[in-house]
Design a binder for this molecule. Structure first.
Ligand SMILES: Cc1cc2nc3c(=O)[nH]c(=O)nc-3n(C[C@H](O)[C@H](O)[C@H](O)COP(=O)(O)OP(=O)(O)OC[C@H]3O[C@@H](n4cnc5c(N)ncnc54)[C@H](O)[C@@H]3O)c2cc1C
Length: 586
């Protein structure tokens, strides 16, 4: 009879234990967890701190007792696995409370030890007001500190998804919050314009965003940055990444891979044939390019837990790799990424390109509609979708999952263009943002409608002296435009064609890219051939400018709409249909 021991009792471990039982009614199954809890929702921790989740108990999905009752798994909490004797097939454990030691034998072992937040070696990082967040205990410490000490100013170090969820949570608790990020923009895994959407939201809720900035020290009431400035802080959260827990595996002589995670094959088997592993501690293949990566996310951890259990019991299930789909909600703004970003794809030597559309998430005439932004990244040679990003207040998650599915199944842009997506007025549009993004990509690939993404714009204009033509109405133009752009509202373009030079590169843009395409086709029709449309238009220009700025163009950033946590978000006004009055600047 199989005797399966699982080390670690959260996402990957608890899933592996439950799956093992479902596959084998008679296996002996033991799950050992160093902490006091199993199967807790660590992804939900920020929402309890922020008050969205009102009861701590809702975060605990199973107890050792319920797990035993439901799955007949013997669970040992507060018990750390100290060593593995792979020849003897035994493990030694210690009860972390009593110090009592014991050992177990196994036929198959599944390691699901996860990782822990990286604690930087910073002066002052060991003070009582400095926290990391990974477990319920971490959450409880933060919660008590907020209740008891009533801090006023928080600094979150690290602008990744956990950091930003905590920014929101702490703002909801009434603190003045700053986020410090070493990279040029928050959500470093996203393109600058996607991150810019999130940064706009942070600014509008009064969050102090400091990018390209490192923390050099933490004092009792402030943090010091590498430019010598200080930010008031009577509470600091360090959220700069996760390090896999590998000491036990290393001590056991299991191989570590090139990406710094525990090495497993496609069956999630380690270098020892009776030891499997799953979750944040392993490195796996990126499903798009086959490179070894570590993707510490709950979805992959759960699926790997299932597969490791299946294979430990003699199955032959290959893990196909991960595309790293991740999504974040910051206040009301949602942004996500899946597969490869444009910069990642190009860094891998892929002839990649991208397009961006901003289109209403559902019909504009139905109350409450908002734009959703879709960036599709694809292989220019084959049209195969490599990944993408989405952003918006509504419907960004739905489009992200479409891109994830397309990426994982290697769909082409032509295939996405032809798919029927769900439509009824309060739900979608008859021409979904995904269809539209695919059409735009088709038009770009075929040369019918050349466009440039805002991330490529600086390079594109570097050796040119282009004429920018802003085809929005004068009201939009007056608020913000590329410095030196001419303003020729689309309705007036035809009658002004004779004033547009034929010997200069023309760069057109509108608010979203849609009317820019129409303007481009008008210009090409008039024999002006050196013309390109800015993909995503002024909306993308703004977001990129907010996140990282431009080197070779100048554009003023629109003031943020101030939002308060109490008020309902105001619907943005669509000024696109306002009267046009004149063509200027030619
Ligand atoms: C605040 C927060 C928010 C998150 N939000 C999201 C999200 O929105 N979406 C998403 O996809 N992911 C999110 N994640 C990440 C997700 O929670 C992790 O990817 C997932 O928990 C990984 O599961 P795991 O089982 O591999 O590791 P873990 O959850 O880290 O569990 C590993 C367990 O192993 C135990 N262990 C380690 N060594 C031993 C030992 N020697 N003996 C016994 N036990 C041991 C540890 O105590 C730990 O409890 C979030 C994480 C946090 C902390």
């Amino acid at each position: 009879m199989e005797k399966v021991i699982i080390v670690g009792g959260v996402a990957a471990g608890a899933t592996a234990a439950a799956k093992t039982r479902r596959l084998s009614p008679d296996a002996e199954i033991i799950m050992i967890e160093a902490g006091p809890d199993i199967s807790f929702a660590n992804c939900g921790l920020p929402y309890y701190i922020g008050g969205d989740i009102d009861s701590r108990s809702k975060l605990i999905l199973q107890s050792p007792e319920s797990f035993k009752a439901q799955y007949n798994v013997d669970v040992f909490t507060n018990t750390r696995v100290l060593s593995i004797d792979k020849e003897a097939h035994t493990i030694s454990v210690e009860n972390v409370k009593s110090g009592e030691k014991s050992s177990f034998d196994y036929t198959k072992l599944i390691l699901a030890q996860g990782g822990r937040p990286i604690k930087p070696n910073l002066p002052g990082a060991d003070q009582n007001h400095v926290f990391t967040l990974w477990t319920l205990e971490d959450m409880d410490k933060i919660y008590s500190y907020l209740d008891e000490k009533n801090p006023k100013n928080a600094v979150v170090v690290g602008g990744g998804f956990i950091g930003l969820e905590m920014v929101e949570a702490l703002a909801k608790r009434g603190l003045n919050v700053s986020v410090v990020e070493k990279m040029p923009h928050v959500m470093a895994i996203m393109e600058a314009e996607t991150a810019g959407f999130i940064e706009q939201e942070l600014h509008s809720y009064g969050v102090n965003v400091r990018t390209n900035a490192g923390v050099t020290g933490i004092g009792s009431n402030n943090v010091t940055l590498d430019d010598g400035s200080n930010i008031d802080a009577d509470m600091v959260l360090l959220s700069i990444g996760v390090r896999p827990t590998l000491q036990l595996a290393e001590d056991t002589g299991l191989s570590i891979g090139e990406a710094g995670g525990l090495l497993v094959n496609d069956k999630l088997q380690t270098s020892d044939s009776d030891i499997y592993a799953a979750g944040d501690m392993v490195e796996i293949e990126h499903r798009v390019n086959g490179k070894k990566v570590r993707i510490p996310l709950a979805g992959p951890a759960n699926r790997q837990g299932r597969i490791a259990a299946e294979n430990a019991l003699g199955g032959n299930h290959s893990y196909k790799g991960s595309i790293g789909t991740s999504v974040v909600r910051v206040f009301e703004a949602v942004a996500g990424t899946t597969g490869l970003s444009l910069k990642q794809a190009r860094a891998l030597g892929i002839n990649a390109d991208a397009v961006v559309v901003h289109k209403e998430a559902f019909t504009s005439y139905y109350p409450g509609s908002e734009p959703v932004s879709v960036m599709l990244v694809y292989d220019k040679d084959s049209g195969v979708i490599l990944g993408g990003q989405t952003a918006g207040y509504i419907g960004a998650d739905k489009r992200l999952d479409v891109i994830a599915t397309a990426t994982a199944t290697k769909q082409t842009i032509n295939e996405i263009a032809d798919i029927d997506f769900a439509y009824s007025p309060p739900i979608g549009t008859a021409n979904d943002a995904m269809n539209m993004a695919a059409y735009v990509a088709e038009n770009k690939m075929s040369g019918y409608s050349p466009s440039v993404t805002v991330s490529d714009l600086d390079d594109y204009v570097a050796d040119k002296n282009p004429l920018y033509i802003d085809v929005r109405d004068v009201f939009a133009f007056d608020k913000s435009h590329i410095y030196n752009a001419a303003n020729v509202p689309l309705d007036l373009l035809a009658e002004n064609l004779h004033r547009i030079p034929k010997d200069r590169t023309i760069i057109v843009y509108d608010e979203t890219g849609k009317k820019g395409h129409q303007a481009l086709r008008t210009l090409i029709g008039a024999g002006i051939t050196d013309v390109v449309n800015i993909s995503g238009g002024h909306t993308s220009l703004q977001r990129h400018a907010v996140a990282v700025g431009f080197s070779n163009i100048e554009i003023n950033i629109l003031p943020v709409e101030e939002k308060s946590l109490e008020e309902e978000k105001q619907q943005s006004k669509d000024e696109a249909n306002q009267d046009n009055t004149a063509a200027r600047g030619l």
